[in-house]
Design a protein around this ligand. Structure first.
Ligand code: NDP
Length: 461
């Protein structure tokens, strides 16, 4: 009897594997150059085999086939005039991936590396992340290959206005609600909002999140992703009887996510010894002075190398990838995708890392994740760890809808609770599907199940 049951389970698992692999092969064949998108899909699909083995009735409903095909991909020309009077042309993107559980929601990224593949990988991840928050928000993402670095304020404004002139035709508070991401901070959101208002002729605060407090923004939105990442890592450690206090931490990047992760970590008794930008990293054995980093990056838009001018005992090392050779208890990659490869993961393990929390989206390669899991490193995947940003964006939308502004403490309390819930949801799913403590599997399945149920309920669309 037991052997028969076991054999039938094996057959179901094999059928599920065949189904998932067949859909994966199709997307690779259809868009062979979209490597980042394939990577994001692979990571999620590997987990979903377990769902389709448990629910063979889901196969045949076209769930995965529909899930990997965005509901809409918009690309557009963005022409603008630089300070020399020369016309420049960039490319704009918005991927409206999945609206099964709410309006599309996800940030805009301005960086030279942005293309359809990058936008699709980010939009795909966003579906599951948004679902995990427990809020009613679908998945989307967008951006441009425009590089704000080295541009004057006027150039950034003219580019951003041109970008929004086209994007405004496709978004709205119940349709699609963009926010910031790499290269899109409070300045850019302000220009985007102003141009949207001008194009539409009405004041619609719910159309964008990450707004300034004067025109509908939420307190604690700026801090949300970084703080949320630390709340998640705290839960992950607590679950193993460990605490954040006294741990040595390395954080990559020095942008929005990094700065507020450093702030919250330091407040909770952690020593952050390193952070970086795309040129190099700083190592300050006595603990990073956040005021200096914040001034350099948020106000002066300077390079992280300038930190050592003020703190001569610290070191600046050229090249950002070397940051993972530093020994630490906790690593928080908060810069960009694939910043930790297999080699870097091995170095981190050798350096004694106990936990990794992905503040950025997909910062670890598939091979790197394997190294962490095989070596018993506590691993928090990006779609769970960095979900605090979009969660508070959703709270911003709720405040806009009801016309109220909550206190910093109230939003922060809600954020903390959401991050605890995301951790518990992911942990529970990992246990239910036979991989206790594997939060990659747990977060993927917990995020997927809600979206899948909503898609099935809404018929074939
Ligand atoms: P910022 O633009 O504020 O900061 C990005 C930081 O990462 C900068 O220090 C930047 O250095 C560095 N960086 C960017 N690209 C590269 C690269 N190719 N190689 C090395 N370093 C790089 O962005 P955010 O802090 O907002 O975003 C960081 C990550 O967090 C991204 O993966 C984003 O998708 C993710 N995220 C952000 C959320 C948010 O609310 N902002 C929410 C959820 C996820 P430099 O200045 O030299 O470019």
């Amino acid at each position: 009897m037991n052997t028969t049951l076991e054999m039938s389970k094996q057959t179901e698992l094999q059928t599920a594997k065949n189904y998932v692999e067949q859909v994966y092969r199709t997307i690779k064949k259809r868009d062979p150059h979209e490597v980042e998108f394939h990577q994001a899909v692979k990571e999620i699909f590997d987990s979903l085999v377990l769902v389709f083995a448990k629910h063979p009735e889901f196969i045949g409903k076209g769930l995965l086939e529909r899930l990997v095909e965005p509901e809409r991909v918009i690309t557009f020309r963005v022409s603008w005039v630089d300070d020399q009077g020369k016309t420049q042309v960039n490319r704009g993107f918005r991927v409206q991936f999945n609206s099964a559980i709410g309006p599309y929601k996800g940030g805009l990224r301005f960086h030279p590396s942005v293309n359809t593949s990058v936008t699709k990988f980010l939009g795909f991840e966003q579906i599951f992340k948004n679902s995990l928050t427990g809020q009613q928000i679908g998945g989307g993402k967008g951006g441009s290959d425009f590089d704000p670095k080295g541009k004057s304020d006027g150039e950034v404004m003219r580019f951003t206005q041109s970008f929004m002139t086209e994007l405004s035709k496709h978004i709205g508070s119940d349709v699609d609600v963009p926010a910031g991401d790499i290269g899109v901070g409070s300045r850019e959101i302000g220009y985007l909002f102003g141009q949207y208002k001008r194009m539409r002729g009405n004041f619609e605060p719910g159309v964008l999140t990450g707004k300034g407090l004067e025109y509908g923004g939420s307190l604690a939105r700026t801090q949300a992703t970084g703080y949320g990442a630390i709340y998640f890592v705290k839960e992950m450690l607590k679950n193993k009887g460990l605490s954040l206090e006294g741990q040595t931490v390395v954080v990559s990047g020095s942008g929005n996510v990094s700065i507020y992760a450093i702030e919250k970590a330091t407040e909770l008794g952690v020593k952050v010894v390193a952070c970086s930008d795309s040129d190099g990293y700083i190592y300050d054995e006595s603990g990073i002075n956040l005021d200096t980093v914040r001034r350099l990056k948020e106000i002066e838009r300077a390079r992280i190398s300038e930190y050592v001018i003020e703190h001569p005992t610290a070191q600046y090392i050229e090249g950002c990838s070397g940051i993972w050779t530093l020994p630490c208890d906790i690593a928080l990659p908060c810069a960009t995708q694939n910043e930790i490869n297999e080699e870097a993961a091995k170095r981190l393990v050798l350096g004694g890392v106990k936990a990794v929390g992905e503040g950025a989206n997909m910062p670890s390669s598939l091979e790197a994740i394997e190294v962490f899991l095989e070596n018993g490193v506590l691993f928090g995947p990006g779609k769970a760890v960095n979900a605090g940003g979009v969660a508070v964006s959703s709270l911003e939308m709720a405040q806009n809808q009801s016309g109220v502004s909550w206190s910093f403490e109230k939003v922060d309390r809600k954020l903390h609770k959401i991050m605890e819930d995301i951790f518990q949801r992911s942990l529970r799913a990992s246990e239910e599907y036979g991989h206790p403590g594997n939060l990659v599997i747990g977060a993927n399945i917990a995020g997927f199940n809600k979206v899948a149920k909503a898609m099935l309920a809404q018929g074939v669309i």
